[in-house]
Design a protein. Structure first.
Length: 367
């Protein structure tokens, strides 16, 4: 797990340490190739945001039991991991988080089947703890919505005719509902009151919307060394995101931008031109403002009667999402890095001194 996440979620630090061990155990198949692929995926890192939010929500209830909660936390991360493996195959992606993708390291066939294995393993982990119908239905909803969001996105590739409502529906299904259900299920398994579960669901939904908007922003404003993947990858893949939708409406070069977005054979020069048009428009500031609205909604949805340390961590997590410069590496924005780590070699993988503090939203970028 990324060290900055460990600092942010220090109130559940012990839980996250157990999670890492449980993830490795979950992919320890007796089939050597499955074990090799699974270990590679776990070792490639990630934010572990979904299980972290689930565990944080579980700590908000009166009947938290780590042994009971952990299989579900692992299952949530395996589902996320499986979706990324399949997504990389669809996108013909070579790298993720700076490491080779499963399809690049092995093959599309191995990657797809490995993703299927992770999905199956996730649901297998749920069978031993008798979570009940409420959790089973939510897990099924989670996977269905995730697939629906990807289908919505892939059915509209290389099209320049998009609106904000369509975009928000897509990211709600892809990301927001996932985080919302992570928070809600955490509350349910720990016996939290219904109003707490509802408030945490709304919190998760709002930060999920903000997270995806910010992630899409990072693809416009970030650099390959920070992103772990090429900047402009969404444009390259025909995916039209919020800052691009805004530029298509407001930029004086919108017709040129639309022509590039429709071109399935676009060159790297065309990708760079599209990026420059979007960056020169108000698309980035427009999208960032909408993300900030969601962050505020998340904070307002938080129940007031959960443990203070848990509630404060939820607030810090919301701020963290709005300020991130890039996930998957060690740096989280120019002013963000300076506050967490004053040392100039902060990207070298050393210890991060200090603690997370407040401050203005950073410039940006993570999945």
């Amino acid at each position: 797990m990324r060290l900055a996440n460990a600092e942010l979620f220090r109130v559940i630090k012990a839980d996250l340490s157990v999670l890492e061990e449980a993830l490795l155990e979950a992919v320890a198949s007796p089939v050597p190739l499955i074990r090799e692929v699974g270990t590679h995926l776990v070792a490639s890192g990630g934010k572990r945001l979904r299980p972290a939010l689930f565990l944080l929500a579980a700590r908000s209830g009166p009947a938290f039991d780590r042994e009971r909660a952990m299989p579900l936390a692992v299952a949530l991360e395996l589902i996320h991991m499986a979706s990324l493996v399949h997504d990389d195959v669809i996108d013909s992606a070579d790298t993720r988080r700076g490491s080779p993708t499963a399809n690049a390291k092995w093959s599309n066939q191995i990657a797809v089947l490995s993703g299927d294995y992770l999905f199956a393993q996730a649901f297998s982990l749920m069978t031993g703890k008798h979570y009940g119908e409420a959790i089973a239905m939510r897990m099924a909803t989670l996977v269905r919505e995730l697939a629906s969001g990807e289908i919505l996105q892939d059915s509209a590739l290389f099209q320049a005719e998009h609106d904000i409502e369509e975009y928000e529906q897509r990211i709600e299904k892809k990301t927001a509902n996932f985080l919302a259900l992570c928070c809600e299920m955490g509350a349910i398994v720990s016996g939290a009151a219904a109003e707490v579960a509802k408030g945490l669901y709304l919190y998760g939904h709002a930060i999920g919307m903000a997270f995806q908007i910010t992630d899409d922003l990072l693809d416009i404003t970030g650099e390959k060394v920070k992103l772990g993947k090429p900047a402009g990858n969404d444009i390259r893949q025909g995916v039209v995101t919020l800052p691009v939708i805004r530029a298509l409406k407001m930029s004086p070069h919108r017709e040129e931008l639309a022509a590039i977005l429709r071109d399935r054979q676009m060159s790297e020069a065309m990708v760079e031109r599209a990026l420059s048009i979007v960056r020169a428009s108000d698309g980035v500031t427009f999208a960032r403002a909408r993300a900030e609205v969601q962050i505020q909604r998340a904070k307002e949805a938080l129940p007031t009667y959960i443990p203070a340390a848990i509630r404060e961590t939820f607030i810090q997590a919301a701020d963290y999402i709005s300020r991130r410069d890039f996930w998957g590496g060690e740096c989280y924005g120019w002013d963000w890095c300076a506050r967490i780590n004053p040392y100039p070699d902060h990207r070298a993988g050393g210890i991060w001194p200090g603690k997370i503090t407040g401050g203005r939203p950073g410039h940006r970028q993570e999945p």
